[in-house]
Design a protein around this ligand. Sequence first.
Ligand SMILES: Nc1ncnc2c1ncn2[C@@H]1O[C@H](COP(=O)(O)OP(=O)(O)OP(=O)(O)O)[C@@H](O)[C@H]1O
Length: 268
Amino acid sequence: MLGHHSLPAASPENAPVIAIRGLWTRFGETVVHRDIDLTVAAGEMLGLVGGSGSGKTTLLREIVGLLAPSQGTVELFGSPVQSDDPELRRRVRRRFGMLFQQGALYSALSVADNIAFPLRELRQLDEDLINDLVRVKLAMVELEPSHGALMPAELSGGMVKRVALARALALEPELLVLDEPTAGLDPDRSASFVTLIRTLQRELGFSVVMVTHDLDTLAGLATRVAALADQRIVACGTLAEVASMDHSFTRRFFASERAQAALQAAAR
Ligand SMILES: Nc1ncnc2c1ncn2[C@@H]1O[C@H](COP(=O)(O)OP(=O)(O)OP(=O)(O)O)[C@@H](O)[C@H]1O
C-alpha cells in the first residue's frame, strides 16, 4: 500500500530474509556467541529459545542493527544491516518491524500518534492518508477507531501489545522481530495475541524471528526453532525435532508438564 515494494531492490532477489554468518559476540572477556550461522527464509517464523543470559536478546539486537557483532556478518534481504551507506541502511530498516519488550510505546503519545510515528518519519505521506492508515492498522489488531485517542497509560497489557504490533506493522514490513511477544499476558490474552499474529502472518506473508520462553507461543507460531546454549545454536529444526534433542538445555526446557502439553497440542 505504501509502495515501497516498488523501490529499486536493495538486495539480490530471493536472498534470505536473514543471513547470519560466523557471528561472534564478546563483551569484554565474556563470549556470548561463538561462530553462529543462521538463515531465515521468506515466510518462515523462527522461534529462538535459550536459557537466561544465553544471548537471545543480544542476537535480536544484532539482527536489527542496534548492535554490531564483534565478528561476522548479519544480512537482511541480502544487504548488510549495518551498511556504511545511510540510504541502504534506511531502505533495509523500512523492511522490518520490531516489537521489543522494553519501550513498547511512547508514553507521551496517544495510541494513534504511536502508530503514526513510523509513517510520519517517512515524510512522504500527508496527514489524511496517515489518519486513514492508522485506522486500518487499529482494525488490523482488532482495536476500535476510538482507541486511537487513548494514552498508553490507559491501556491494558494486551492492548499495549496490540498497539505495539500495529506500529511494528505500520510500514508493511517483510520481517517482524519479536522479543517475548506474550510476556506479561495472562494465558487467554496470550493465546489471542498468538492467534492474531498468526492470522496477520497468513494474510500479509511477513517472516518472523522471535524470542520466547513460552512454549504455547512457540507451539502456536514457530515453523522452526533454534536453541541457543553454550554460546552456539545447539539445535535447529521443527519444535518436535528440537524437543527430542539430547542436550541439557533442551531436556530442561521441554521437561515440564506444561511444555509436554504444548508439544502434544502442536503435534495435533
Ligand atoms: N551491553 C552489554 N554489555 C555487557 N554485557 C552485556 C550487554 N548486553 C548483554 N550483555 C550480557 O550478555 C549476555 C546475554 O544477554 P542477553 O540479554 O542477550 O540474554 P538473554 O538470553 O536475552 O537473557 P534473558 O532470557 O534473561 O532475557 C548476558 O550475560 C548479559 O549480561
